[in-house]
Design a protein around this ligand. Structure first.
Ligand SMILES: Cc1cc2nc3c(=O)[nH]c(=O)nc-3n(C[C@H](O)[C@H](O)[C@H](O)COP(=O)(O)OP(=O)(O)OC[C@H]3O[C@@H](n4cnc5c(N)ncnc54)[C@H](O)[C@@H]3O)c2cc1C
Length: 575
């Protein structure tokens, strides 16, 4: 290209010279040469030659600058690559496991708060809310927003690491999906062969609940079902005993930011709109509400591929003996999951027993008791001696986004309607349920899938399936995947390490994200969304928040070795 331009320039220049000499007369007097130039020649020179020369000069001058710039950048990039390569080599030789940023193809949508606003720009009108002074009603070192499995763990870990900690929750109890949705089964994956951290807060929650009399053994392994109502008391006990400051009935609705750092949140409650100042904030809202409000980027699976939402309900008046006899005579296994849910298992799970009802609803369809198009089917878990089936996870509804208020409204109402169909079917086709009655619904619909932050490290399905190891590990979790048509139970002793990087949003400092909304792709989400995994990220986040304060550095600068030391002190297994 450059050669072509130079050739055109040279041709025009030659033509100019020829034209110049052709239209000029040169005379030689004594010691002077006189060149007579006519007006046409002067105009030609002005119009053609001078701009041409100027543009050629400018072009080469700019090119030279650009070349220098590109070369410098390239050299720096090459040097950086070389240093990284050399470090990787040395680490490999010395046996240190490196973090590998694997990029997985994904159809997930990357969004942030602004993209949502732009979107609503096309659809709605706006109201300009006047700014007003918000009273600060509490200050603390670590504020944990959301009191589910991750939030309880984050608050306990931060407090145990020495930070003055507040745990904020929008409902009237802690426990998240356990207490508000009614899901009891924190350890159902724990078949023979599972390797997991025995000292983490997840196991502690299960153990303390059992000691307090708030559990029932899960039917097919040694894990405990947490009594959803009783767990409210267990959570109160854990929080108060640790000295965490609780705030219930309080929704975080906005963030306070200073220079790309979070410095608190604004809440709404019956007390009005109030601020809480905090040196560190841990987002355990399940939906990454705080990261979203702070403008962090996150990914979302397209709605028609998202994991479904469920209305969990319970029944009373169940004849326990008769029902258990029926399940013994008609044992369900994980092979049955494949029939209805199109589960991709590795086959090794197929023979294991599972508390699962599915063929029964096919029968109800054949009998015309429920619609042929019905999606009802799923798991039961514990049965009390008083004849209560406390955790019926049978109403699974798809194509709902649990961060969209219209979808939430529709799904809540559809869920209740489907529950009545499910009970009707149970009464007609499942022995033991003949006289069953609706006992209660969870306090809210249960959502499985929404925002997942874009983190410093985005965990992948490969990491989960290939026993990934990380220098910044904050804990381990067994190879247990449940979602997006994959079911892998951790019967092999395989486990992966959870990196601190997937709790760190890219854009805002002093904000950590834990629980089901940590950074990762769909398959890793199907592992990390499980309650016990949420307790691993919660505990890691709480400890890191407290240590960053002690060190007086931000959460992205914290010395990971000190965080790991604290986690080990708290009983966590890192590798
Ligand atoms: C129907 C269903 C069945 C499931 N079954 C199982 C199972 O059998 N085993 C298993 O391990 N996992 C199961 N899961 C998944 C698991 O329960 C969740 O992924 C897990 O509880 C997530 O924990 P978390 O702490 O991230 O969030 P959550 O448990 O959702 O807790 C978040 C908490 O934050 C609060 N909150 C949210 N936003 C705000 C806000 N802005 N301000 C204040 N508070 C806020 C919420 O009220 C909630 O208490 C199931 C999930 C569902 C929905």
């Amino acid at each position: 290209m450059e050669n072509k331009k130079a050739t055109i320039g040279a041709l025009l220049l030659s033509f100019g010279c020829y034209y110049f000499f052709k239209n000029s007369s040169i005379t030689n007097t004594d010691d002077k040469i006189v060149i007579a130039v006519n007006s046409t020649t002067i105009i030609s020179i002005t119009i053609i030659i001078i701009p041409l020369l100027l543009s050629v000069f400018r072009k080469y001058h700019l090119n030279d600058n650009n070349n220098n710039k590109t070369n410098k950048e390239e050299i720096i990039q090459e040097e950086e690559k070389y240093v990284k390569r050399a470090k990787r080599m040395v680490d490999r030789w010395t046996g240190i496991q490196q973090q590998v940023n694997r990029k997985n193809p994904t159809n997930e949508i990357i969004l942030n708060r602004n993209s949502i606003l732009q979107d609503s720009n096309n659809n709605s009108s706006f109201y300009n809310e006047t700014s007003k002074l918000i009273p600060i009603f509490a200050e603390c070192e670590v504020l944990v927003v959301g009191g589910g499995p991750s939030g309880i763990s984050a608050a306990l870990a931060a407090k145990r690491a020495g930070a003055d900690t507040i745990l904020l929750e929008k409902f009237g109890c802690f426990g998240g999906v356990i207490t508000t949705v009614g899901m009891e089964t924190i350890g159902w994956y724990r078949y023979e062969g599972t390797v997991e951290s025995q000292g983490g807060i997840g196991i502690e929650m299960e153990r303390i609940a059992m000691q307090m009399g708030g559990t029932v053994k899960w039917p097919y392994n040694d894990s405990q079902c947490l009594d959803a109502d009783y767990f409210k008391i267990v959570a109160d006990h854990l929080v108060t005993e640790a000295g965490v400051r609780p705030i219930l009935h309080c929704l975080a609705v906005e963030v306070m930011l200073e220079n790309n750092k979070i410095v608190g949140v604004i809440t709404e409650s019956k007390s009005g709109r109030l601020g809480i100042r905090a040196k560190r904030v841990v987002d355990c809202t399940g939906d990454a509400d705080i990261a979203h409000l702070a403008g962090c980027s996150y990914r979302k699976t397209p709605k028609d591929e998202m994991l479904g939402v469920t209305t969990v309900f319970s029944c009373s008046n169940v004849n326990k003996e008769r029902f258990l006899k029926y399940t013994e005579e008609n044992p369900a296994t994980y092979a049955d999951w494949s029939r209805f849910w199109a589960q991709e298992t590795s086959g090794k799970e197929n023979h294991l027993r599972t508390p699962y009802l599915d063929k029964e609803f096919d029968k109800a369809k054949e009998l015309g008791i429920i619609s042929k198009r019905s999606n009802i089917g799923g798991s039961w878990s514990s049965l009390t001696d008083a004849g209560e089936a406390t955790n019926l996870n049978l109403v699974y509804m798809t194509n709902y986004d649990c961060t969209n208020v219209n979808d939430l409204t529709k799904a809540e109402m559809e869920g209740r309607k489907e529950t009545l169909d499910a009970i009707m079917a149970l009464k007609h086709v499942v022995p033991g349920f003949e006289k069953a009655k609706l006992r209660n619904f969870g306090m809210t619909l249960g959502g499985r899938d929404s925002r997942k932050i874009i983190g410093h490290y985005n965990l992948t399905g490969d990491d989960v399936k290939n026993q990934a190891k990380f220098n910044d590990s904050i804990g381990i979790f067994p190879e247990f995947i449940d979602g997006y048509s994959i079911l892998i139970l951790p019967t092999t002793g395989r486990y992966f390490e959870v990196p601190y990087g997937c709790l760190l949003p890219l854009e805002i400092d002093n904000l950590l994200v834990a629980g089901r909304c940590v950074a990762g792709d769909k398959t890793s989400h199907a592992a990390m969304r499980n309650m016990a995994a949420c307790t691993v990220t919660g505990q890691g986040a709480g400890a890191a928040a407290a240590i960053s304060l002690k060190q007086d550095v931000t959460t992205s600068e914290v010395d990971i070795e000190l965080v790991q030391k604290e986690l080990i002190r708290q009983g966590v297994r890192l590798h």
